[in-house]
Design a protein around this ligand. Sequence first.
Ligand code: HEM
Ligand code: HEM
Length: 173
Amino acid sequence: MQTQKLSRTSVVLHWVVAIMILMLLGSGIYMHEFEARDVYPIHKSFGITITLFVVVRILWRLKEGWPTPDSSHAPWERILSRISHYVLIAGTLFMPVSGMIGSVAGGRGLYWFGVELIARDPAGKNKMLAEAAHDAHEMLAKIIILFLILHIAGALKHHFIDKDNTLRRIFRG
Ligand code: HEM
Ligand code: HEM
């Protein structure tokens, strides 16, 4: 069984993005369920922040390529995990992008921890675009959650059933 080490950058970026995504999914669902208007600004601000880390992560993947899976993984596992990684990494980009488009097209502008990035403009509202972005935001959340369940189940299977280094290397590199 051969395992390629993951770079420290890959490990740090994985966990920074993962923790923020889990917080954003949780706060988004809470906002939606309870119409918690006071949570919106903090959700949006963290959502804008994550975009920076996601872009760095994608550039890092383009430079480094994907990590080679443990040599014991079956072909179907390699294909399924590669598809999941593509969906998750693309989802982490399109999620904040759809949120920002929805906010701006809805005339609410873009504010980052109180700093105005794009001013509020209720008159310039584009209702159709705002609704499409909102629907995309909701749909993408469902897709990400589905693939995350698969992703975490896969990580646990490798650790507890196959007893390989897949889970360990995302912590220790
Ligand atoms: C909390 C639970 C999580 C666990 C236990 C976990 C576990 C893992 C493991 C073990 C790997 C290494 C796979 C390999 O070596 O081939 C990995 C890679 C990866 N994970 Fe996660 N993960 C979690 C959360 C997330 C989240 C929230 C996302 C994004 C939405 C994500 C996206 C990725 C991606 C894209 C990779 C490919 C390698 C990279 O680009 O860093 N993971 N994860
Ligand atoms: C990776 C980043 C993000 C994640 C994972 C995320 C996740 C979510 C989730 C799960 C929901 C609830 C969906 C629903 O059922 O309606 C939601 C709602 C929302 N998100 Fe995000 N979000 C992110 C970024 C952003 C950004 C950057 C903005 C705007 C600048 C934003 C604005 C909103 C708004 C306004 C809602 C409320 C929609 C409603 O009232 O139903 N989000 N988000």
